[in-house]
Write a protein that binds this ligand. Structure first.
Ligand SMILES: Cc1ncc(C[n+]2csc(CCOP(=O)(O)OP(=O)(O)O)c2C)c(N)n1
Length: 639
């Protein structure tokens, strides 16, 4: 059946028995494809029926369907004619792992950061209402995890206040973010989940009483009129309704007919309404259901039968950090670990296993997590907040004004810094060096290998009168790169024969830098490679060192604009040091999904590219100097 679905219109008129077959085929398809490419398997297996029901009740793209975070939009992609793209999911030229406007008119937001869809839905439905496009509906699918994010609540506050618009909020409640969703809201949703609900009570009442002659109708009417009072006894969904949002549910999100009935009623409602759907993450795939930790939230390349990973076990940056933090935690009882709903992905599950009382999951709430960390530092703890680099963007103001202004002894650990690749433009951790570069009091460390990561982490947690931040990339940690010598905190990794180029290598790119330098020697260019380790503040001795070289080259896995090369230029300018600076890094562009290695190669961040650039820059510098020398000689002779 799946080949017959080219657009949502092809779903119309299908019997429920046919839809059941289609659902099963979509699950098989997802398991077959996503286990080959990697991607978000568990969440998509959970929204098959829910997505079919939405596309049958609403008329996309005239009606707008938004998926919060966007990782659960694969079924939507299949139903909107993109099944053939799944062989290249998240790969160069293939389908994006998130909604993407360039792919389809059915995609409106290009997301991946959680908790934004309600604000988008608020804006779009408000826009339709103001323009008088009252026949258009906006459907927002939002997970229980995404509802833990503050933006969701800011949006709900606005949505509830503005009655007249067609906004349907579908809560996709699978009780999980990556791991089980935490906090008061999760507890509240679980109360709603187990209370089979006053909607059912009313349905029952209607059925029974309408069969009772004469008095039945009026009694039902009275019951309905009293609904708020009854509701508080039968089901405590009061919070949403007290906010001013009509609540429907809970509804079995895997029952297409029930979902359609609920969505049809919601569509007619004419004001913001919330449909609470209960779904099962990983549904229909045994290995996902059996995975207690994360229900296969996201997978790499795995055996479709067993769900076992097919990539060799490698030592990752995440694991080096996680193990070292446990070691530190054994000695330092004041060290606490904070995660924003990403216990497993940041490696903090190891810390939690040993120190559950010192591990805090704040939900998808990076901003709150950062300020809460400042509070814990004030109370005498040393919080280590581990987040993906891209998600720190969410907490910039809190990092600046709550943590740094208060000189709080908090350590941020940024995993997935630099180019990450497969998850597309919004997931690259390419902004952190530029963003953190402008935060007073903050110290930023960029380890080049596992040993330096451990060393910098230990140095960071010793600092209690200022915040620190350690950044490292995704994936396998590189082999250790030994220090030739350490001078004023700067490691010299390779010493060139002549003082042509001083190559300043930032973080995990050091192995490329050393390789390029060793080859440059054969091309007659002397390159010395240094690693400052702490890139903010940079040691003043960098200026003294640079004076001896003809040029300086900086390589960094972050945007060139406002990054470390920029900081070094400013340092040199302030010191009236006139040495040419070249920078290799990420341009100021949004970078489409592709493998990290492919993108780095495009950007000239490989040993070969670095070598070529250095040789080119050095020879043009030589030519320029020879030209200036000739001019000087001519001038002297003409005098
Ligand atoms: C701001 C932000 N922080 C962290 C993440 C990482 N993340 C991706 S999906 C996810 C869990 C989402 O849970 P939920 O909304 O319930 O969706 P589900 O996967 O359960 O369908 C998290 C924490 C993110 N996408 N955005």
């Amino acid at each position: 059946m799946i080949e017959k679905i080219h657009s949502p219109a092809d779903l119309a008129g299908l019997e429920y028995s046919a839809l059941d077959i289609l659902s099963a085929e979509i699950r098989e398809f997802l398991i077959e494809k996503v286990t080959k490419t990697g991607g978000h398997l568990g969440p998509n297996l959970g929204v098959v029926e829910l997505t079919i029901a939405i596309h049958r009740v609403f008329d996309s793209p005239r009606d707008v369907i938004l998926f919060d975070t966007g990782h659960q939009s694969y079924v939507h992609k299949i139903l909107t004619g993109r099944a053939s793209g799944f062989d290249l999911l998240r790969q160069r030229g293939g389908l994006a792992g998130y909604p993407n406007r360039a792919e389809s008119e059915h995609d409106v937001i290009e997301n991946s950061h959680a908790s934004t869809a309600l604000s988008w839905g608020d804006g779009i439905s408000r826009g339709f209402a103001i323009k008088g496009e009252n026949d258009r509906h906006v459907v927002v699918v939002v997970g229980d995890g995404a509802l833990t994010g503050g933006m969701s609540w800011e949006a709900l506050n606005n949505i509830a206040a503005e009655e007249k618009r067609n906004l349907i909020i579908v809560i996709n409640d699978n009780e999980r973010s990556y791991s089980p969703t935490i906090g008061g809201l999760a507890t509240y949703l679980s109360t709603l989940r187990v209370t089979s609900g006053y909607e059912k009570f009313l349905d029952w009442g209607k059925e029974v009483l309408s069969k009772t002659p004469v008095v039945g109708g009026p009694i039902y009417g009275t019951l309905h009129g009293m609904k708020k009072g009854i509701k508080d006894i039968v089901a405590p969904q009061g919070m949403f309704e007290d906010l001013g949002l009509k609540y429907m549910g809970p509804i079995d999100g895997h029952d297409i007919a029930a979902m359609e009935r609920a969505l049809e009623r919601a569509k007619q409602y004419g004001a913001p309404i919330l449909v609470h759907a209960i779904t099962q993450k990983g549904r229909g795939y045994k290995p996902a259901i059996a995975d207690e930790a994360e229900k296969f939230h996201t997978v790499g390349i795995v055996d479709p039968e067993t769900g076992e990973s097919l990539s060799k076990g490698v030592m990752t940056w995440t694991k080096v950090f996680a193990e070292e933090l446990v070691e530190i935690g054994r000695v330092r009882k004041d060290v606490v670990a904070i995660t924003a709903a990403m216990l497993g992905p940041t490696g903090l599950d190891l810390f939690q296993a040993e120190f559950p009382e010192r591990t805090i999951d704040v939900g998808i709430a990076e901003a709150h997590g950062a300020t809460s960390a400042a509070g814990m530092a004030f109370a005498g703890l040393h919080p280590v907040m581990a987040v993906y680099s891209t998600f720190l963007n969410r907490a910039f103001d809190q990092l600046l004004l709550d943590v740094a202004l208060h000189k709080a002894g908090v350590t941020f650990v940024l995993d997935r810094s630099g180019i990450t690749g497969d998850d597309g433009p919004s997931h690259n951790g390419m902004w952190d060096l530029a963003l953190t570069g402008i935060v007073p009091t903050l110290r930023v460390g960029a380890p080049r290998d596992g040993t330096r990561l451990k060393e910098l982490l230990r140095e960071a947690v010793e600092i209690s009168d200022a915040p620190t931040l350690i950044r490292f990339p995704k994936g396998a940690v590189v082999a250790d790169i030994p220090t030739f010598e350490r001078r004023d905190g700067i490691d010299v990794l390779y010493r060139g024969e002549s003082a042509d180029v001083l190559l300043v290598s930032i973080g995990a790119l050091a192995n490329l830098a050393v390789e390029a330098a060793s080859q440059a020697y054969r091309e007659g260019v002397g390159v010395t490679v240094i690693d400052p380790r702490w890139v903010k503040p940079l040691p003043e001795s960098l200026i003294t060192m640079a004076r001896r070289y003809k040029s300086v080259v900086v390589i960094e896995d972050g945007i060139r604009h406002g990054g470390i090369a920029s900081t070094i230029s400013e340092m040199f300018r302030d010191a009236s040091l006139e040495v040419p600076i070249h920078s290799i890094g990420v341009p100021l562009e949004f970078i489409e999904h592709s493998k990290r290695a492919e993108i780095l190669s495009d950007l000239g961040i490989t040993a070969q590219h670095i070598l070529r650039s250095i040789v080119e820059w050095s020879s043009s510098l030589k030519e320029e100097m020879q030209f200036l020398e000739h001019e000087n000689v001519d001038r002297k002779q003409n005098r």
